[in-house]
Design a protein around this ligand. Structure first.
Ligand SMILES: Cc1cc2nc3c(=O)[nH]c(=O)nc-3n(C[C@H](O)[C@H](O)[C@H](O)COP(=O)(O)OP(=O)(O)OC[C@H]3O[C@@H](n4cnc5c(N)ncnc54)[C@H](O)[C@@H]3O)c2cc1C
Length: 493
């Protein structure tokens, strides 16, 4: 049977749902197709057994305020808790560091005095990046058209308002290493390591890698600081988006795996599902990652050879695993975002392992708790293991994660009931993330601004007419914000 829609959106992650809801609000006939039996993509709350529920991928998160307002998400079930959350760096002697001026004082009076200036600069830098992420990038090296010109003019005005000194410091910070940037503010290695853990979170980079100044600002923007917000409420974000979409008349179909995008004469005509069903539409927007969309769903046969080569070269380097532990509640771990990041050298060595395709023996961990569940974000766990496979290494990583955390909270062992592990291989197979890359492509400076996903194709368009990209792999994306899902709508007008 053949249906006709104005727009088909591939993937019910938060970006696909944002794009779909905006279009449905404009009275377009919209269909979202999701391969899993649950919506949400990486922003999802799942059950792994009785009394065992967790934000399986991203702990909580928040969308850009304009999206919440435009789509009236508060009326569709979204509650945004803006209470500041603690960010705690665990220390072997139990004298844990909470990132605030008072606690930093115990480690360095000088650093405590500089904390407020650092927070001010980071908030300013994040707002500059936010303005850039809200602007559709021109398709350089092609000519800049009128619409691009207006967008850039607006961005230029916003940047001027940011003030010359902060603007220059922002530009300087982007290519710096997190270590270099933090050296300019702080003397305590413990303080610097705690902050740099947020710079390397989700990236296959160490705090001594160039460009971790940028990733620190990116993650600061997405979290609104260092700590995760709205922990335990990931599913609430995507179900509010789905409710909004449906209220505007849009449709969602789960268990609908798109096998390929139907292309005729370089024009997208619709999609074909894995069960053979063909669904036609005037436009197709994919929130799946660019490599998957272009190389698998379109295929090299319909793309220019040079474009195929560039797409194959997009760097995907997943090295994150997630371990959820169901406990009896007596684990002794406080609320907030906790990190095992005791020194810059520790983090850099954890990253070194990934360079050689090995799992870090002394990993960087980020821990959040929600009810009786303890969730551990583990780095580095490279997708491509040199000497082993994820089928073999699964138990090793669970033991490493639990033993490392239990050094700080010994009660964890006795309180543990069971666990659920998500390896980089699972991120690819179950969550549809090519090579387990959580941001649909590494956040690095050669895949940034007008180079995301590819130079010349940074405005959501593709060489296939009527096929657009709107996921985290395009400019504005990476992390939970909805920016790339919102931006694609501007290009369709
Ligand atoms: C473990 C982990 C930790 C993270 N931590 C952070 C963090 O601390 N801070 C931060 O900002 N970000 C973090 N992220 C990243 C962030 O969650 C993602 O960048 C973002 O959620 C991606 O949203 P999206 O809508 O673009 O894509 P996704 O959420 O990936 O959604 C894409 C959807 O498309 C579906 N799909 C794919 N292919 C097909 C197909 N062929 N047919 C039908 N459906 C298809 C998928 O099933 C999926 O539901 C993390 C991600 C992970 C995995």
């Amino acid at each position: 049977m053949t249906n006709t829609y104005d727009t088909i959106i591939i993937g019910a992650g938060h970006n696909g749902l944002v794009a779909a809801a905006y279009l449905a609000k404009q009275k377009k006939k919209v269909l979202v197709l999701e391969r899993r039996s649950i919506i949400g993509g990486s922003v999802v709350t799942e059950s792994f057994g009785e009394n065992f529920q967790a934000d399986s991928i991203y702990a909580g998160g928040t969308l850009r305020p304009d999206i919440i307002k435009d789509l009236k998400l508060a009326t569709h079930g979204l509650t945004v808790d803006s209470t500041p959350q603690s960010f705690i760096s665990l220390q072997a002697d139990s004298n844990h560091l909470t990132l605030n001026a008072e606690s930093i004082k115990q480690f360095s009076e000088k650093d405590a005095a500089r904390w407020s200036e650092f927070v001010r600069f980071m908030n300013k830098a994040a707002s500059i990046l936010d303005a850039a992420y809200s602007t559709i990038m021109p398709r350089l090296p092609q000519n800049i058209n009128l619409r691009d010109g207006f967008g850039l003019l607006e961005l230029g005005l916003e940047l001027r308002l940011a003030g010359r000194k902060d603007m220059i410091n922002f530009i300087r910070a982007l290519p710096m290493t997190a270590q270099e940037l933090l050296d300019e503010y702080f003397e305590s290695d413990i303080v610097k390591a705690a902050i740099s853990s947020v710079a390397i979170h989700g990236s296959t980079l160490g705090p001594m890698s160039a460009g971790t100044g940028y990733t620190l600002i990116h993650n600061w923007l997405n979290r609104g600081g260092l700590a995760n917000v709205n922990v335990g409420k990931a599913g609430e974000i995507t179900s509010a988006l789905a409710n909004a979409l449906k209220s505007f008349g849009g449709e969602i179909r789960i268990e609908s795996d798109v096998k390929n995008i139907k292309v005729e004469n370089q024009i997208a005509k619709g999609v074909v599902l894995a069960n053979g069903e063909e669904i036609l539409a005037d436009k197709v927007i994919s929130s799946a990652d660019p490599k998957h969309t272009l190389l698998k769903l379109v295929g090299a046969q319909d793309l220019p050879p040079e474009f195929v080569w560039h797409t194959q070269s997009i760097k995907m380097r997943g090295s994150v695993a997630k371990i959820h532990i169901q406990t009896n509640g007596n684990h002794g771990i406080p609320e907030g975002t906790l990190v095992v990041a005791p020194s810059i050298n520790y983090l850099e060595r954890a990253y070194d392992a990934a360079k050689y395709g090995e799992i870090s023996e002394h990993p960087y961990l980020e821990i959040t708790t929600s009810g009786n569940v303890v969730s551990i974000h583990f780095q580095f766990a490279p997708y491509a293991l040199k000497k082993s496979s994820w089928q073999v290494e699964s138990e090793k990583i669970v033991k490493l994660a639990i033993d490392t955390l239990a050094e700080y909270f010994p009660a964890l062992h006795a309180s543990r009931i069971t666990h659920h592990l998500i390896t980089p291989f699972d991120l690819e197979q179950t969550y549809g993330l090519t090579e387990g890359d959580i941001n649909h492509g590494q956040l690095i400076l050669d895949q940034f601004l007008f180079m995301r996903p590819l130079p010349g194709w940074s405005n959501h368009k593709t060489p296939i007419d009527n096929l657009y990209l709107c996921g985290s792999g395009v400019h504005g994306g990476g992390g939970v914000s909805g920016a790339s899902g919102r931006n694609v709508i501007k290009i369709l007008k």
